[in-house]
Design a protein around this ligand. Structure first.
Ligand code: AKG
Ligand code: FE2
Length: 326
């Protein structure tokens, strides 16, 4: 792949592994594609077996129902935690609305969210959102395992798996009814370990290459978009690229997305593995507490710009004092 600029996201097929029909060679082949994609570009599309048009229409019908609830009902989904509660009607992002389900992979959490909005329950919402959440969760763990193996860091695997938590965010981008592109979500780099997105057929997500070109994601019914966030970039001492991305909307159809975001658990100190640091690869990030980083971000102590984590705990300036070869 070298330094050539891709015009589309690389597509990697996880179906055999997901269906438990893979050989060790299949695993190794997918693992090396994942490693290459996430170091070169920071993103790829993951295809998965088992998604039907009927499933897709019940899933996005459910999200339509959710966002069509009255504003005062949606506003009840409040939270004092960053990124958790209802977000919408922002003057800077008028097309965007979202709500979050923490620990959506845990049995009963999606159903509890549905029961909150529909006191008599909403089994279609529960089942379809749960299905995507489970597949995204499986992808998140499988991809992180592949990266850790491919970096030769197997001894860190359990620590990484045990100290990661998840948040599912469902979003709606209203069609702006214009021919020219309107900003749906401003460009940013996720403050996550990994981000996994599933969406309806309305395009809009764009990812930036290292060379500064924007690639528009071509979504299909059985694929997820996977990209690296600042936390995994930092943990890998810069080996994994965390891409800038944004949502640009045209036309009058609404775009729906479901994003599963993995982040470090509260109280866990993320630290670059020693094996990734040597004279040629000086330490780029000092150990950090993710919750404290978010606090700094949301109280304005550091800017919410693209390299917020670097501003918070970047080690470049203090390399000589923090880096020890032991
Ligand atoms: O909805 C999307 O496709 C992108 C969402 C996103 O980038 C985010 O929530 O961080
Ligand atoms: Fe994002």
């Amino acid at each position: 792949m070298g330094s050539e600029t891709p015009t589309e996201l690389p597509l990697i097929d996880f179906s055999k592994i997901y269906l438990n029909e893979s050989t060790p060679d299949d695993w190794n082949s997918v693992k090396s594609q994942v490693h290459q994609a996430l170091t070169e570009y920071g993103f790829f599309r993951a295809s998965m077996a088992g998604m039907s048009p009927e499933f897709q229409s019940s899933l996005f019908g459910s999200l339509d129902q959710l966002f069509n609830l009255p504003l005062e009902t949606k506003l009840k989904s409040i939270s004092d935690k960053p990124f958790h509660g209802y977000i919408g009607h922002s003057p800077t992002m008028p097309l965007y609305e979202s709500m979050a389900i923490p620990d959506a992979q845990v049995s009963g959490e999606v159903e509890a969210f549905a029961n909150f909005f529909w006191p008599h329950g909403n089994p279609t919402f529960g089942e379809s959102v749960r299905n995507i959440s489970d597949k995204s969760y499986w992808l998140d763990r499988t991809i992180r395992k592949m990266i850790i193996e491919s970096l030769g860091l197997d001894k860190y695997l359990d620590d990484h798996m045990d100290n990661t938590k998840h948040l599912l965010r469902v979003a709606k981008y209203k069609g702006p009814d214009t021919k020219e592109s309107i900003m749906g979500l401003t460009s940013h780099i996720d403050k996550t370990t990994l981000s996994i997105l599933y969406q309806n057929e309305v395009a809009g997500l764009e990812l930036e290459t290292k060379g500064g070109e924007w690639i528009r994601v071509k979504q299909s019914i059985d694929s997820f978009t996977v990209f690296v966030g600042e936390v995994f970039h930092a943990w890998s001492n810069g080996l994994l690229h965390a891409p800038n991305h944004r949502v640009m909307m045209t036309g009058n159809e609404a775009r729906y997305s479901l994003g599963l975001f993995s982040v470090p658990k509260s109280g866990y100190i993320t630290k670059v593995p020693d094996n990734l640091v040597d004279e040629e690869h000086p330490l780029l990030f000092n150990p950090f507490d993710y919750d404290e980083f978010l606090n700094h971000l949301f109280t304005g102590k550091i800017g919410a710009n693209k390299d917020a984590l670097d501003a918070y705990c970047g080690a470049k300036e203090s390399e000589l004092t923090t880096y020890s070869k032991s």
